[in-house]
Design a binder for this molecule. Structure first.
Ligand code: ZN
Length: 151
């Protein structure tokens, strides 16, 4: 079980966090947008650490599961913890896809496809703007003030 508190942010917390987002972050996280390929800041990030939710700080993916998918978006073959993401059927744009959202704040992260590498054969295709990165040994962001600073 995840040691993180998955209770959603309060309405006041959410308002404060949303106010701190850039227009690009709002478009992707809150309005299911997609950033242009090969532009995201984390595409070529090779540092060891944890990728968390840009809005609420929940750890979502580990650098150890990141792989180069060639698609132009940061890609991972497994989530940090299955309980930290939620999979939602997405039928927009004439396609049937599985959307991945943050299990705690429901922000849009990206999509998951069944063509990844072993052992999961999943490809979690993420938007860099949906993520924040914390290097190994650094304190996690704690925007909800829950004292969850160690991954
Ligand atoms: Zn979140």
């Amino acid at each position: 079980m995840s040691p993180f508190d998955l209770t959603p942010p309060t309405a006041v917390q959410r308002e404060t966090l949303v106010a701190g987002l850039s227009p690009d972050e709002r478009r992707v996280l809150l309005q299911h947008g997609t950033e242009a390929p090969f532009c995201g800041v984390f595409l070529d990030n090779r540092r060891e650490g944890v990728y968390g939710c840009r809005l609420c700080g929940l750890p979502l993916f580990r650098s150890s599961t990141k792989f180069d998918s060639g698609t132009g978006w940061p890609s991972f073959f497994a989530p940090y913890d299955e309980s930290h993401i939620r999979r939602v059927r997405d039928t927009s744009h004439g396609m049937i896809r599985v959307e991945v959202v943050c299990a705690r704040c429901e922000s849009h992260l990206g999509h998951v496809f069944p063509d990844g590498p072993p052992p999961t054969f999943e490809r979690h295709c993420l938007n860099s703007v949906s993520l924040s990165f914390t290097g190994d040994g650094e304190a996690l962001p704690d925007p909800l003030g829950r004292g969850e600073t160690i991954a």
